[in-house]
Design a protein around this ligand. Structure first.
Ligand code: NDP
Ligand code: MG
Length: 390
């Protein structure tokens, strides 16, 4: 029997890597839904190639274009947020959640409500609404499989282990584009410089988030929410080679490390094949050639985002949703040339501060509506902050 799969965010970097794996095994999968936003040409091409049941764009103004491109193929075309939810409700065995941003939360929740196995790349789901996501999965007997490489690594290191024997989880970080730059330079680095990742080939936003370590901050929060461990048991280590993705420390002193090439198709393929392992088209590491692996403690002055993550994890509730929105807004401002690289962490810090004072974020119930409300307010407040400090 072919497995029924859907890919949310199919036109993006993770979505395309997922399709690459799926297309190599045409007899194994039946594609239910593919979704995108603005890259309609890609969406049409892929929907035809895998003969999806439905292709959905989140942007209603692009529906006619999508419909025209799929005319005569028998593939349905749809658009808008409601269509995304409808696509997530279609019976499927496995759903890839790879929309970028908080827009990925609602379709993921809908898929979980239908008991589907959710391969979760969308970091924002766990950061903004971790407890809601995990609770929804439990209530509906659904499984969440992590796709972010660090969390896939931890998940793999925990197979056959008892979570109660875990003392700590160590998430590795490359250190990003500026790990060796003098601190005093960071006020003046450009968007182009921040968009160069030393090891991974990813989109611009996540690459800049690696330079600030906002990406790592998101991953620490993801770790807390997904593995349900206390924030004080989660550590970060700078590992410039990006070959060890994470380590799990057990109560007998053992450290289990996951080592692999920096290729997202490993983590995606692991989730696609779970609970089996199957051959994947990724590089096999030659350790003798690599020679050595390096580690150093992250400098809190260089990476203030890590301190912010700790605060978010300790406060809990809707603090993660505020943090995520402020971080996205600050990143927009940096990319638009409206703030400096080092302003981003300061702006996020102030927004979290103000909103913690204004609302009882820690104790708030996490619902989709509450996440959307604080998201909008945090973005507005971050922009206002920028305008006032210009
Ligand atoms: P991309 O920007 O490459 O792709 C994002 C996808 O989401 C595209 O299909 C895009 O459509 C779609 N999209 C954009 N805006 C919306 C919206 N408002 N509503 C619905 N769909 C939308 O992102 P990545 O693939 O890099 O990342 C996806 C997620 O996975 C993110 O949460 C990221 O943090 C996470 N992740 C990514 C990793 C990576 O290596 N890239 C590693 C680990 C996690 P279109 O392109 O058609 O406009
Ligand atoms: Mg990662």
């Amino acid at each position: 029997m072919r497995r029924r799969i859907s890919i949310f965010g199919a036109t993006g970097s993770i979505g395309q890597s997922t399709l690459d794996l799926v297309r190599r095994r045409p007899d194994d999968f039946h594609v239910v839904a593919l979704t995108g936003a603005r890259n309609i040409a890609q969406l049409i091409q892929d929907a035809k190639a895998v003969r999806a049941e439905v292709a959905v764009t989140s942007d209603p103004s692009r529906l006619a274009e999508l419909r025209d491109g799929l005319a005569g193929t028998g593939i349905a075309a749809a658009a808008g947020d409601a269509a995304l939810i409808e696509a997530a409700a279609r019976p499927a065995d496995w759903v890839m959640s790879a929309i970028v941003g908080v827009a990925g939360l609602a379709p993921g929740l809908e898929a979980l409500r239908h008991g589907t196995t959710l391969a979760l790349a969308n970091k924002e789901s766990l950061v903004t609404a971790g407890p809601l996501l995990m609770q929804t999965a439990r209530e509906h007997g659904a499984t969440i499989l992590p796709v972010d490489s660090e969390h896939s690594a931890v998940f793999q290191a925990l197979i056959g282990e008892d979570i109660r024997a875990v003392e700590r989880i160590i998430i590795t970080a490359s250190g990003g584009a500026f790990r060796d730059r003098p601190l005093s330079d960071l006020d003046h680095v450009s968007v182009a410089e921040a968009s160069q990742h030393p090891n991974w080939n990813m989109g611009q936003r996540i690459t800049i988030d690696s330079a600030t370590m906002f990406n790592k901050a998101m991953e620490l929060i993801e770790t807390k929410e997904f593995f349900e461990v206390g924030p004080d048991r989660i550590e970060t280590i700078v590992h410039p080679e990006s070959l060890i993705h994470a380590l799990v420390g057990f109560n007998d002193g053992a450290l289990m490390a996951h080592v692999g090439p920096p290729d997202m198709r490993h983590a995606i393929g692991f989730a696609l094949n779970w609970p089996e392992r199957r051959t994947l088209p990724v590089e096999r590491l030659d350790l003798a050639k690599i020679g050595q692996l390096n580690f150093r403690a992250p400098d809190p002055a260089r990476y203030p985002a890590l301190g912010l993550a700790s605060r978010v994890m300790h406060e809990g509730g809707l603090t993660g949703a505020v943090f995520n929105a402020a971080k996205e807004q600050a990143l927009d401002l940096f990319i638009a040339g409206q703030c400096r690289f080092t302003d981003m962490a300061r702006m996020v810090d102030r927004t979290v501060d103000v909103m913690l004072t204004r609302h009882r974020l820690q104790n708030a119930t996490i619902t989709l509506d509450n996440v959307r409300d604080v998201d909008a307010e945090a973005r507005a407040r971050t922009c206002e902050d920028r305008a006032n400090t210009k």
